[in-house]
Design a protein around this ligand. Structure first.
Ligand code: SAH
Length: 232
């Protein structure tokens, strides 16, 4: 794991004094951003997006006081909203200092990652296999005025062929093999960022499509729910 637990404990300590009031305020969000910067997130555009998106709107109200801890949290249907550091790291890898115009996300979940991307990229396409999660995420996008996110209820293994090619594709559930249809929907030079399970361990990878294959960067160990087939 690239993220030490000691950081989490530190953040809990920080929050203790403010229990009950201001837990979802811009100040609390600012502390999360400071923490992510301290833990190696360098792209200021990504940090700014994290400052702008109210993560507490993407979890159940009962968990909103924990929304700015740097930890994954449960959402409905046995799924999770990713840890902020992981969202930041994946987003940073996907941008890679450039300005992609069109991104495909597989695994909408709560919608948080898509909302972050919507602040950074003109067009975001996101696919989710669980209808109920997608409905809730769509409501959130609407309420937050994020009109550049296009959603689809489908099995993400198939990508979104009619919108291909994409400048970048991000898979937010752990795959066991590289989904070939998705690789084909990436434009040359584009990046695929995903957690890939290898020998029982999940690694966060960034793959850049080149003329004759893919260049791989390993971004460290992670824990994601599995990429599944079919619809719910
Ligand atoms: N990006 C999400 C993280 C959600 S967890 C967020 O910011 O909250 C992973 C999500 O991937 C789950 O919602 C799960 O239902 C979805 N998923 C798993 N396999 C999928 C598939 N084949 N196609 C589309 N979505 C899938």
């Amino acid at each position: 794991m690239p993220r030490g637990d000691e950081g989490m404990i530190h953040h809990r300590k920080l929050d203790k004094g403010s229990r009950g009031i201001g837990m979802t305020s811009a100040g609390t969000r600012g502390r999360l951003v400071d923490r992510l910067r301290d833990h190696g997130i360098r792209d200021e555009r990504v940090l700014k997006a994290i400052l702008q998106v109210p993560r507490h709107e993407f979890v159940d109200e009962a968990l909103s006081s924990r929304a700015y801890e740097d930890t994954a949290l449960p959402i409905s249907n046995r799924q999770t909203i990713s840890q902020p550091w992981v969202v930041a790291k994946m987003t940073e890898a996907l941008l890679d200092g450039g300005s992609p115009q069109k991104i495909l996300e597989i695994g909408t979940g709560s919608g948080y990652q898509a909302a972050i991307l919507a602040h950074l990229v003109p067009q975001v396409f996101t696919v989710e296999r669980i209808k109920e999660l997608l409905k809730t995420a769509r409501r959130r996008f609407h309420a937050l005025g994020l009109h550049n996110i296009h959603t689809r209820h489908a099995d993400g293994h198939l990508g979104w062929p009619s919108q291909a090619p994409f400048d970048g594709i991000i898979i937010t559930a752990a795959a066991r093999t590289l989904p070939s249809e998705l690789l084909e929907q990436l434009r040359p030079g584009g990046l695929l960022v995903l957690p890939l399970e290898q020998q029982g361990q999940q690694r966060l990878l960034a793959l850049r499509r080149s003329e004759d294959g893919f260049e791989e960067t390993d971004l460290g160990g992670v824990t994601f729910v599995p990429l599944l087939s079919g619809l719910e």
